[in-house]
Design a protein around this ligand. Structure first.
Ligand SMILES: Cc1cc2nc3c(=O)[nH]c(=O)nc-3n(C[C@H](O)[C@H](O)[C@H](O)COP(=O)(O)OP(=O)(O)OC[C@H]3O[C@@H](n4cnc5c(N)ncnc54)[C@H](O)[C@@H]3O)c2cc1C
Length: 425
């Protein structure tokens, strides 16, 4: 690290104290990057590291995942998606009505020109995702939990791929490369796959976390060994005095800081509101089912396009992750949606033993334009925001952590981050 950067992380011969709220992938990556720059860093989380959305995601470092959910024609598909007993979408209509503005904005961003703009912005974060992960985790306890591997999109037939031309054209325009797989090639790569999948897409320069929670825990373990601090407590109130924001109240008392980073995933908005900023953050609830001892061979992470879920060969077995459920964050998990994933599992790998299964619900932190917030807070130059990474926070966490650390350290940032401004709403 350059001497100038180290100097910016010190004052009166002591290291500046940076507090990072949130020990998900975004907070962990931010904390490690700050520590590498010479800051004294404390992570505050109400739970042990990696227990939020970063616990149970599909684990894909998805360079290709730049096309947001709302795309042209999405509204027309809603009724069939909602009524399909195997569909990926579920809604509590009262919740949707109460948050009507968010949903209208969300759908409004689905027009073609807007999707293309969003994709270009997201590509700034997803491009190089696997390299970012390998660089972040090198020589840390996270290193063995992330691996480079081609990512497959699998289809019942070629025409299903062609029906997604809009999304694939956007990917091509960003230089995302792929090869097509015939049925024989696909089944050679995945011999236990059900015969109904007749076409595939193989994307190089991708990868996945063999266990996303252990990856985050491994990163934080190394952060602690290197002298970082972890406070297991809920952060409540940001103290704002004449000199601005200088401390945060937690369950375990007051914590003074020089710099504050809010990386609290889907829970970030209440902290941010204290700084006079309203961000329309919503949880897109998602689920996984993790099958142990399946007795099958599964080599590559796969987007199963017919069910819009991901099947990942995790260290601990087969994980199927997906579903978008719009309901209050506090609502209990809906077993109908995990049953749906289990039924998908039987259709995907008919020879698998799917008896031994665990289920999980998590909260994707989503803003209506499907872009995260990465940057400063107007009027509070020592507070930084890093949340709203929706479906791709595992992919984009390491880059976000690096960008935020650069901002905190006052380094030059080459990327144009204006689309991620917090005051854009
Ligand atoms: C089913 C599903 C599948 C997914 N698959 C993928 C995928 O394959 N690839 C991908 O890139 N992304 C995927 N995602 C998205 C990804 O999981 C998230 O975008 C990412 O984990 C968000 O990380 P985060 O660090 O912002 O939030 P989190 O991991 O949720 O961390 C936030 C942390 O903040 C803490 N916190 C909140 N409020 C406070 C407070 N007041 N005080 C103290 N601590 C607080 C929480 O306890 C939590 O630990 C998926 C998500 C889901 C639900």
């Amino acid at each position: 690290m350059a001497k100038a950067t180290i100097a910016r992380s010190r004052t009166n011969d002591r290291a500046l104290h940076a507090v990072v709220v949130g020990a998900g992938i975004v907070g962990a990556a931010t904390a490690l990057n700050l520590q590498r720059r010479g800051f004294e860093v404390t992570i505050v989380d109400a739970q042990p590291p990696g227990e939020g959305a970063s616990f149970g995601n599909a684990g894909i470092t998805a360079r290709c995942a730049i096309v947001p959910v709302p795309v042209p024609g999405i509204l027309k598909k809603f009724p069939s998606m909602l009524t399909d007993p195997m569909g990926p979408l579920s809604m509590d209509f009262l919740h949707v009505a109460r948050n009507a503005k968010w949903f209208i904005d969300y759908l409004r961003h689905g027009r073609a020109s807007e999707v293309e703009r969003i994709a270009s912005e997201l590509f700034k974060l997803t491009n190089g995702s696997i390299d970012d992960h390998l660089a972040l985790s090198r020589d840390t306890g996270g290193e063995s939990w992330v691996t480079e591997r081609d990512y497959l999109y699998i289809y019942p037939k070629r025409s299903d791929f062609e029906a997604e031309k809009f999304a694939w054209d956007i990917r091509r325009n960003h230089g995302i490369e792929w090869t097509e797989l015939t049925k024989a090639e696909l089944h050679q790569m995945e011999p236990d796959l059900a015969p109904g999948f007749n076409f595939g897409i193989r994307l190089p320069r991708h990868g996945f976390a063999l266990d996303p929670a252990k990856l985050v825990k491994g990163l934080v373990d190394t952060f602690l060994i290197r002298g970082g601090h972890l406070l297991l407590a809920k952060a409540h109130e940001i103290e704002i005095g004449e000199e601005g924001a200088r401390a945060i109240q937690t369950d375990s008392g007051r914590l003074a800081f020089d710099k504050l980073v809010i990386a609290a995933g889907a829970w970030s908005a209440t902290l941010v509101a204290q700084l006079g900023l309203k961000v329309p953050l919503m949880s897109e609830r998602g689920y996984h089912v993790q099958f142990h001892n399946t007795g099958i061979h599964h080599n590559h992470p796969m987007m199963v396009t017919s069910g819009k879920y991901v099947a990942t060969p995790m260290a601990d077995g087969l994980r199927l992750a997906g579903m978008v459920e719009f309901k209050p964050m506090s609502a209990p998990p809906d077993p109908k949606l995990t049953d749906r994933l289990k039924r998908h599992g039987r259709l995907l790998f008919p020879n698998a033993n799917l008896e031994d299964a665990e289920t999980w619900l998590g909260h994707r932190p989503s803003l209506p334009d499907s872009l995260p917030v990465i940057g400063t807070v107007p009027g509070h130059p020592n507070v930084f925001l890093a949340f709203g990474h929706q479906h791709i926070g595992l992919s984009t966490g390491p880059r976000t952590g690096r960008l935020i650390a650069q901002l905190v350290a006052g380094e030059r940032v080459n990327e144009d981050l204006s689309a991620f401004r917090a005051d854009r709403f």
